[in-house]
Design a protein around this ligand. Structure first.
Ligand SMILES: [Zn+2]
Length: 106
């Protein structure tokens, strides 16, 4: 099992679930608020994205969210300060997956 419990696994796979897992930042987020269609991506977008610290089902403390560390690396190492469509292409593949933090043993 990749996540803490079977209920979390299920919620992350469920279509339309407000929960999502972001591999590159190891963040478990809950999205809520008014859902609208993003014109650029054609995907649904929510207004509020709240990172979760604990699993809502089994209560386990979730692993540390690495978003801030990720931003520091992206800005410091790759000199990218605006993550727009063009800049994001400069980010090496391993930084868009779990690979970078696994390599660092975080
Ligand atoms: Zn859980």
């Amino acid at each position: 099992m990749r996540h803490c419990c079977i209920k979390m696994e299920g919620a992350l796979e469920e279509y339309g679930s407000p929960l999502r897992y972001v591999p590159y930042s190891r963040s478990y987020d809950m999205e809520y608020g008014t859902v609208f269609k993003n014109i650029e991506t054609g995907k649904d977008a929510a207004i509020v994205v709240e990172p979760l610290k604990y699993c809502p089902w089994c209560g386990v403390k979730l692993p540390k969210n690495l978003f801030q560390e990720w931003v520091k690396i992206i800005e410091g190492k790759f000199k990218i300060d605006t993550l727009d469509k063009e800049e994001i292409k400069k980010v090496p593949e391993e930084y868009m997956t779990e690979e970078w933090w696994k390599k660092k043993g975080l």
